[in-house]
Write a protein that binds this ligand. Structure first.
Ligand SMILES: [Zn+2]
Length: 497
């Protein structure tokens, strides 16, 4: 029977607002001073009233529109009730039956390399809970609660169960991460939990009416790309084994959804509890908050102001600058700043492929060694563009271009600013200009040949590689000469001798 992996992702994104979603408390990750960023509203004191943070709603709209979602003209808030020590009100303010957005999509790369639209069921806004800190020393069972995070605005983006492999799910999450950084709506710091993900995983056997599905497992709080991929792979193997041994399937009496955690050290999921159904939460409309209306004009306005999304920009880099899909990917995956840097370089250099080679190899290597961001990189995009332009115009060789680049970097370390004008000075100081004067080059070839009787003899005896010694001599005589043309000229001269 054919076996199909079925995966859906729920991604939680902490929005980059100054204050929390329903109160004026500062919205910053601060684990060093627990319970200092709180007030009666986020502590859930009786009588305190929430007020929606307009900025959180605006950032949510931007994201949902960029995810091609429909925006609801009318949206309201609901209370999701459950008991947990990190939830002082006894309920979480969320959106249940009328989320502010629905039915969008985002492209992800499948295992065969093709790009495919993954459907997004909905994106809704909610508040985050606090954080329980458990004593892991083994000495006691003390647990503490930090409510600094309570009330952080969270955007939950729920995909349809469209993923058919762990790699595809990871690719979607990477694309989503990139889009969110392009939009600037979240700092997307996965280690600190600004972007975390739950994966719903099960297996289907057979097709159509005879289809059998294994019980759905939700793996919670995956906070790295690697964890998402590894947890899905682990679950696929585990569920297959259980099904083959027990034939337990969805719909059997007593079979319910299960919530599992991910242990990155053991590289395995572990059981937590039976998964709640929506009815367990006793959702009901929050009477303290007014519903929100969004006009079509507002949606159109936000849409018009959106930055070019990574997927469109990647395609444009391919079509406009002649990049391979691979090169376009490498540049885009470095984030918006590097993509902007590249675009400025290519506008001046007028050669997409060469500009890509320089940026992905020389610039990224140097940038990483200096652990700086591209915005602080001492050779600005316009200056690099000017170096490459001289290579493209054959004023200097590629090798000389790299020499100019290193000199500029060395000088930047001594606090001299890299500039356009400095490029030409370095070229002339070091005699890097390509010798286009054929007369001078011919002279250099002649004298190099005259100085190398042994190499000439070897060449005449059929040893092509003997030319190498003569090339070296010519390059010392005519510094900026292009090695390929020198080689051709030497062979031509030798053959005519
Ligand atoms: Zn507060």
């Amino acid at each position: 029977m054919t076996e199909t992996l079925i995966v859906g992702l729920e991604v939680h994104v902490q929005l980059l607002t100054n204050t929390k979603i329903f109160c004026g408390c500062i919205n910053r990750f601060n684990p060093d001073a627990p319970n200092t960023q709180t007030c009666p509203v986020c502590l859930g004191h009786p009588g305190s009233l929430p007020v929606m943070n307009e900025e959180a709603f605006r950032l949510s709209l931007i994201t949902a529109i960029a995810l091609n979602c429909e925006i609801a003209p009318f949206t309201k808030w609901d209370r999701k009730q459950y008991f947990y020590p990190d939830l002082p009100k006894g309920y979480q303010i969320s959106q249940f039956d009328l989320p502010f957005s629905h039915d969008g999509w985002l492209e992800a790369t499948s295992e065969d390399g093709t790009r495919r639209k993954i459907r997004i069921n909905r994106a809704h806004l909610e508040e985050d809970a606090g954080k329980n800190i458990h004593d892991e020393s083994g000495r006691g069972n003390d647990s503490q609660v930090d409510l600094n995070r309570t009330g952080t605005p969270l955007l939950e983006i729920v995909s349809e169960p469209d993923f058919r492999s762990a790699a595809e799910a990871k690719s979607y999450l990477e694309e989503l991460h990139l889009l969110l950084t392009f939009l600037g709506v979240s700092d997307c710091n996965m280690q600190e939990g600004s972007l975390r993900c739950d994966a719903n995983v099960n297996l289907h056997y057979g097709e159509g009416d005879d289809k059998i599905a294994t019980p759905i497992v939700e793996v919670k709080n995956l906070n790295s790309f690697r964890a998402v991929e590894a947890a899905i792979e682990y679950e696929a193997t585990r569920q297959k084994k259980i099904y083959e041994e027990t034939r337990r399937k969805l719909g059997d009496p007593g079979v319910m959804k299960e919530t599992r955690g991910w242990d990155a050290n053991r590289n395995a999921t572990f059981g937590q509890r039976g998964k709640e159904e929506a009815s367990d939460y006793r959702y009901f409309p929050d009477p303290d908050l007014v519903p929100v209306t969004v006009t079509a004009e507002r949606v159109a306005e936000i849409k018009a102001a959106l930055p070019e999304p990574p997927s469109t920009r990647r395609q444009r880099f391919e079509s406009e600058f002649g990049l391979s899909a691979y090169d376009a990917d490498v540049i885009m995956n470095q984030g918006k700043d590097v993509a902007d840097y590249y675009e400025t370089v290519v506008t001046i250099a007028k050669d997409g492929k060469q500009a890509a080679n320089w940026v992905t190899q020389d610039v990224l290597r140097e940038m990483k060694e200096r652990t700086e961001s591209i915005s602080e990189f001492p050779v600005h995009a316009a200056v690099l563009g000017a170096i490459i332009q001289r290579v493209v115009d054959k004023k200097i060789t590629n090798k000389s271009g790299r020499e100019v680049f290193s000199v500029l970097l060395e000088e930047a370390d001594e606090d001299h600013e890299a500039s356009d004008g400095r490029i030409d000075e370095i070229i002339s100081e070091r005699g890097l200009e390509v010798v286009s004067d054929t007369g001078a080059l011919e002279e250099a070839v002649k004298s190099a040949i005259a100085e190398s009787p042994k190499a000439v003899e070897d060449f005449k005896a059929g040893k092509q590689q003997a030319v190498g010694a003569i090339i070296g001599k010519v390059m010392r005589l005519a510094k900026g000469a292009d090695a390929k043309s020198v080689r051709e000229l030497i062979i031509k001269t030798l053959q005519e001798m």
